[in-house]
Write a protein that binds this ligand. Structure first.
Ligand code: C2O
Ligand code: CU
Ligand code: CU
Length: 478
């Protein structure tokens, strides 16, 4: 079966919200797509890998004329892609070369909070270096690293502090997927900005409490990119890295593609699509088969009717690899029947946003859940269906599964592990959450201005045999 329509409710698409800024084609020549280089470890042994991640300022030639002032990780903009091998012990120096404090949040990684996780409670002050270490025990996926200082996550991500994190494992390594990074396996970080005078970005001028947008799409930081296709099959790892924008992806000729992975790893079964919508922070890995094209042809990736990336077809060896019907099995035990259902409401828009009627407080733990035990969470978007928004709900430190949407089956591409789920207005999405590590974790809307605006809360994952006290910072101790 091939799905030929978006799964999300059409009325809830962000075009229906008053503040929506449509994308436009920027008047500049096309450029080769920037593919972020892989970050080289400082040192590697059979069991341990060491990295240094530097948050830095820089300048980037994005459009003709003046360079744009940007921020990035080990790069002037966005960053180098970090690769972690499952099971290895990872050590990271987190170095802050910015003029202000930042944090290094590992979005999608099963690492302990609140410090290693890198949310608000783990500031690295300018000029300083902090160390973290962890062992990853989670499936292969595309996750990401982004800044998360509260309440300036949005502006720091807007400056460019976001980069891809690829986790590898032995299960994914045996599947017939393209995985030659930069050749037939590429990340596509989807973002949008507005170029102001002198080609600068101006967060304040563009500010909107419902999420900052710009009319120009940047893919891995490239305006009007093209990519030279030299293999029949190409794996695209999409990451919605925009502060607020949803992407409605499709190709010219309605070319069919196959989704093989979601946020937290490979899907149980491949899903065949011609249209795919992503909300903020969501990831989707797809395989595109260019078998019916010949050298000289071009295939364009669009969002709505705006071109994002042009794929230029070159000579390639025939590759008619077929995917198996079953890809992976997901370990996903049910909660015990007496476990209550956690109820969460995502409320309001603009400055009024809240979770369960409350604004975020760094020093308040809003909920507790026993480590290692599953619980159902019912996430309700209380916005009106007339002029409300899709709120992407995200939980730190875990990968959950989606059980239902308003009591119905989740979307066909929602049977895998997720850390972010788009919730339509007046919809209740039931997810099944388990934390494998103790700690304090944030959960929030991933429209980043909503998160900064207080649509966020924290949960402690606790071990009844080893109670712990957390000395949480408050906004004033930062
Ligand atoms: Cu992308 Cu609090 O996270
Ligand atoms: Cu996160
Ligand atoms: Cu929101």
């Amino acid at each position: 079966k091939v799905y030929t329509d978006y799964f999300f409710d059409e009325p809830a698409f962000n075009t229906h919200d008053g503040g929506y800024i449509p994308l436009e084609v920027y008047d500049a020549p096309e450029k080769p797509l920037a593919v972020p280089p892989l970050l080289k470890p400082d040192k590697e042994t059979a069991t341990d890998t060491y990295y240094t991640v530097i948050a830095q300022t820089g300048e980037s030639q994005l459009v003709p004329g003046a360079k744009t002032k940007t921020w990035g990780y080990n790069a002037p903009l966005l960053g180098q892609t970090i690769v972690f091998q499952r099971g290895k012990h990872i050590h990271i120096n987190l170095k802050n070369e910015l003029p202000e404090l930042t944090t290094f949040h590992w979005h999608g990684l099963d690492v302990s909070g609140p410090i290693t996780d890198g949310g608000c409670h783990a500031p690295v002050y300018p000029g300083e270096t902090n160390q973290i270490d962890f062992t990853l025990e989670q499936p292969a996926s595309l996750s990401w690293l982004h800044a998360h200082p509260c309440p300036s996550t949005a502006v720091q991500v807007w400056h460019g502090l976001a980069t891809g994190v690829i986790i590898k494992d032995d299960v994914e390594a045996k599947l017939p997927f393209p995985r030659n990074y930069g050749v037939d396996d590429i990340p596509l970080i989807l973002q949008d900005r507005r170029f102001h005078e002198n080609n600068q970005w101006d967060y304040k001028a563009d500010y909107d409490p419902d999420g900052v947008q710009g009319p120009t799409a940047l893919i891995n930081g490239t305006v009007n990119p093209y990519f030279d296709v030299t293999t029949q099959r190409l794996r695209l790892r999409f990451l919605d890295g925009a502060n607020r924008r949803e992407w409605r992806l499709h190709f010219s000729d309605d070319l069919e593609f196959t989704q093989i992975a979601s946020d937290g790893g490979v899907l149980p079964e491949p899903v065949y699509l011609t249209k795919l919508m992503l909300t903020c922070a969501e990831r989707a890995e797809v395989i595109v088969d260019f078998g019916k094209y010949k050298p000289g042809d071009e295939v364009t990736l669009y969002t709505d009717d705006v071109p994002l990336v042009k794929f230029k077809i070159h000579d390639f060896k025939p590759d008619n690899t077929k995917l198996p019907d079953h890809l992976v099995t997901i370990d996903d035990p049910d909660p015990s029947p007496d476990t209550p259902i956690r109820k969460i409401t995502m409320d309001g828009m603009d400055e009024e946003v809240a979770l369960n009627g409350k604004k975020f407080d760094m020093s308040r733990i809003d909920a507790r859940q026993e480590v290692g035990t599953a619980q159902y969470w019912d996430i309700t978007n209380t916005n009106s269906t007339k002029d409300g928004m899709v709120h992407p709900f995200h939980v730190h430190g875990t990968q959950f599964t989606i059980v239902s949407r308003n009591g119905h089956e989740p979307y066909p591409n929602e049977h895998g592990l997720k850390d972010t789920v788009g919730v339509n207005p007046k919809e209740t999405v039931r997810i099944k959450v388990r934390f494998d590590l103790t700690g304090v974790y944030m959960y929030h809307c991933h429209i980043i201005e909503h998160e900064d605006g207080g649509m966020m809360a924290q949960i402690e994952s606790y071990d009844p045999k080893h109670p712990r006290q957390y000395h949480l910072m408050d906004m004033n101790t930062l």
